[in-house]
Design a protein around this ligand. Sequence first.
Ligand SMILES: [Ca+2]
Ligand SMILES: [Ca+2]
Ligand SMILES: [Ca+2]
Ligand SMILES: [Ca+2]
Length: 614
Amino acid sequence: MRRMLTSAVALVLVAGLAVPAGAADTPGAVDGATGIWTLETDGEDLVPIGFGNPDDVPFMGDWNCDGVSTPGLYRRSDGFVYLRNTNTTGIADITFLFGNPDDLPIVGDFNGDGCDTVSLYRPSEARFYVINELGEDGGGLGFAEYSFLFGNPGDVPFAGDWDGDGIDTMGLRRPSDGVVYMRNSNSTGIADINFLYGDPGDIPFAGDWDGDGDDSLGVFRPSTGIAYLKNGNSTGVADRTACLGDSNGYPVAGTFGDLGSVPDPGLWLRPIATGFSQPVQVVAPVDDCRLFVVELSGDIELVSGGERVSTPFLDLSVTTGGERGLLGVAFHPDYASNGLFYVNYSIGSKSRISEFRVSSDPNRADSSSERILLEVQQPSTNHNGGSLAFDRLGFLLIAMGDGGGAGDPNEVAENPNSLLGKILRIDVDKTDGGKAYAIPPTNPFGGGGGAPEVFLLGLRNPWRIDVDGEHLYIADVGQDTSEEITVVTDADGGANLGWNTWEGSHCFDGPCSSSGYVFPTLEYSHPDGCSVTGGHVYRGRIFDQLTGTYFYGDFCRGWIRSFVYDGSAATQATDWTLVLGTVPPISSFGVDGFGEIYVTSFSGGAVYRFDPLP
Ligand SMILES: [Ca+2]
Ligand SMILES: [Ca+2]
Ligand SMILES: [Ca+2]
Ligand SMILES: [Ca+2]
């Protein structure tokens, strides 16, 4: 699928020198529901472009022989092929009629001239029709240079340069058994290469994933949205995986060139799944394609390949009512190797923080693996906090509310000896002092003067917190006047965020002196909202211009706003209502394994994702 002659010659000429390998092909995905193409760059950014309609058959090729692969599609409804020469949103540069409705497009450089063309495979005949000039088909097959039989009716075709000679040849994958058959010449004959790869229902595609000059197979599994890419054409495990969307997705691959200057597309809240029972978080281990949706009632549900998995990942018995329930989940930074994750839930009149481990089935936790780390007595059913998050040092942050009632009646939030009204910080990888965890050496009261778990003081109900590098974003729900978000660093242990002397920047329980307090980075008043729902700093791969932007919402009003923290203040404050609408009650935000942002709403039990506008 790439121009091999040039790089093969270059490699010969500089043999013995340390030259970089040729540009590797990268995968992309075409969303069958929206027609949005999402192309992975060398830096693993994702660049979305709009081209074609949802039901088109998509592919990539180098139509103008400049070394860059660009989109093409076959529209069965009108029998036309549409090709584009740049990786930007727009209309076709080249259009021509193509074959019969059931024919499948096959893209490659079948004569080694450095240009890709669209040939076709007729499944009913198991025959390839090879075309080396764009547009010559003209609706019939009279312009095909030659044709040949290969495989059985029903096989799924693809093309690539299996032997690195600069000429693409055909391959087939048999859906019934997952066996792959490849030819090194475009002629009738038995397969030169055959091997078993993937599950029967996988979709094959090909590319030079390692940039060594020959193409090899990848398969896309619609049920999980995962592509498995292999660097050699043989049976075995994948050399890399890529999340290519959901079961509506279709895989493409190519050398996409410099996509850095493509402007961000518009943004919308795409409904991913609905019908959850009071969803309060979306979370995933780093680089994991799945979504874990936390329900207040105690289940952690799974979404894989865009579809909800029928059995929950974990079904936890929790105490509900008021603001109690399963409140927060965090995956260990090394989850991929140790399978550990942490939950914050209500049990009786206590908040409990526990560790669990995944079972031998990656879609099920081992419900018998619970290791209770910490329990905190809760005086009331509200203000139980809820967030769990690992900081960049690998310590677990636990958000604890002031124990409820109203106005912090027991004056616990500023009392360093109480675990209520705090951000706590513990080391889950060690134990000491008879505890199920260790105290990080830099905790402010590790040497005395307060409870050693305490990290930040003066919180009312920090329902949602976020970690972004050294920065911690604490969204603290207010009493009757003011909602606040405070940004501190992981070196600010011991900081007092003010409650209940201060509610935001308003004196609540005087006398009020401003000395010794950290005041909000941003606050808003009632009735502009009623209860802040903290979100996340965008670190995803699609929206470059949102990188570093912190999103948050209001539970009651359902609006979404953002700011950029510049190291000392909130800048670029933005209200997204005209773009995203409102989805009250916003219970939480979430982030997937690749940094894309989600929103959960109690209305309809819905999970939404920030998505490129179709
Ligand atoms: Ca091109
Ligand atoms: Ca060619
Ligand atoms: Ca070849
Ligand atoms: Ca290769």
